[in-house]
Design a protein around this ligand. Structure first.
Ligand code: RB5
Length: 146
């Protein structure tokens, strides 16, 4: 699995935490910034990462900002992206099993690094269940393609 990860200035610490988790899990990733602590605009990071996941360059994407909201709204504008805003482990598991989410967004002003690590670890390790859930995702894709 190849993962693209990025954050704005509000998500730098969790981004580093998730990178160290992926090192431990032996997951390949590429970090797409941001490189500074001064204020940047989250769409400038969310949209390129979402495009890389949508075009198959990466299998999954992880985005962090202050709340995770701006990142998730932006990523979900890209066709083929199912980005879940997740701040608990149960949702991290279910959004893989039921929604086949290919991206998650988290907020560093909402949760701490320990919980973020558990969320990302669960999300990275959980498989899509398919079946009736595939039909539902198909309906989203159908809407996107009309
Ligand atoms: C930046 O101040 C903040 O708006 C951003 O990190 C994020 O929370 C937006 O949704």
């Amino acid at each position: 699995m190849r993962v693209a990860i990025a954050s704005d200035h509000g998500g730098i610490n969790i981004r580093e935490e998730i990178k160290s988790l992926m090192d431990e899990m032996g997951i390949q990733y590429e970090d797409f910034g941001c490189d500074c602590e001064t204020s940047v605009d989250y769409p400038d990071y969310a949209l390129p990462v979402a495009e890389k996941v949508a075009n198959g360059e990466f299998d999954r994407g992880i985005l962090i900002c202050g709340t995770g909201i701006g990142m998730s709204i932006s990523a979900n504008k890209v066709k083929g992206i199912r980005c879940a805003l997740v701040h608990d482990v149960y949702s991290a598991k279910l959004t893989r099993q039921h929604n086949d989410s290919n991206m998650i967004a988290m907020g560093e002003r909402v949760i701490g690094p320990g919980l973020a690590r558990e969320i990302a670890g669960t999300w990275l390790a959980t498989e899509f269940e398919g079946g009736r859930h595939a039909n539902r995702i198909g309906k989203i894709a159908q809407y996107e393609n009309k």
